[in-house]
Write a protein that binds this ligand. Structure first.
Ligand SMILES: [Zn+2]
Ligand SMILES: [Zn+2]
Length: 158
């Protein structure tokens, strides 16, 4: 455990249960009361605990769920689910060919990891948007706004 931070407990769908797992054990839940999914407090790849509220500060802000583990870079289950769901939607539409599907998926991944080519990936997505339905574009935009940096958000919502 990081000495300066408490641990977060989050459900597999990404609902934050508590950011003060150790300090206030009474807030712990085995299952999420919003969606019924089991909860986790650790990265399932490297077992590092998910960072919660700073131990020495008052917790007057809402804790954001992380998308990736700060220790190993592995994606958390809720992040994986969202990208998978978007890809399902895109494939369901059947308006992209296989190569475009692959580019779409790679671009989402790139953006979610905020790499040095995220902005270019955002432009690629915008080009592919021309072939997609309004529904698919809205769903993709919502995901991007949640996971991307400000620069990428601007490109994609412009
Ligand atoms: Zn939940
Ligand atoms: Zn990890």
């Amino acid at each position: 455990m990081n000495v300066d931070y408490d641990t977060s407990q989050i459900c597999l769908n990404g609902h934050v249960i508590t950011g003060s797992y150790n300090k206030y054990p009474e807030y712990r839940k085995d299952f999420c009361s919003d969606c019924g999914e089991p909860t986790i407090i650790k990265c399932n790849k490297c077992s590092t605990e998910i960072q919660g509220y700073p131990l020495k500060e008052a917790m007057y802000y809402k804790l954001k769920r992380p998308n990736f583990c700060y220790k190993c870079g592995g994606e958390f289950p809720w992040m994986k689910k969202r990208v998978e769901a978007i890809m399902e939607l895109i494939k369901m539409e059947n308006s992209l060919n296989e190569e475009e599907n692959a580019i779409f998926e790679k671009s989402i991944e790139d953006i979610s990891k905020n790499t040095s080519t995220s902005d270019i990936s955002a432009s690629k997505l915008k080009i592919l948007f021309k072939k997609l339905s309004k529904e698919a574009i809205t769903a993709t935009r919502t995901l991007i706004v949640e996971i991307a940096s400000e620069t990428v958000k601007k490109i994609i919502t412009d």
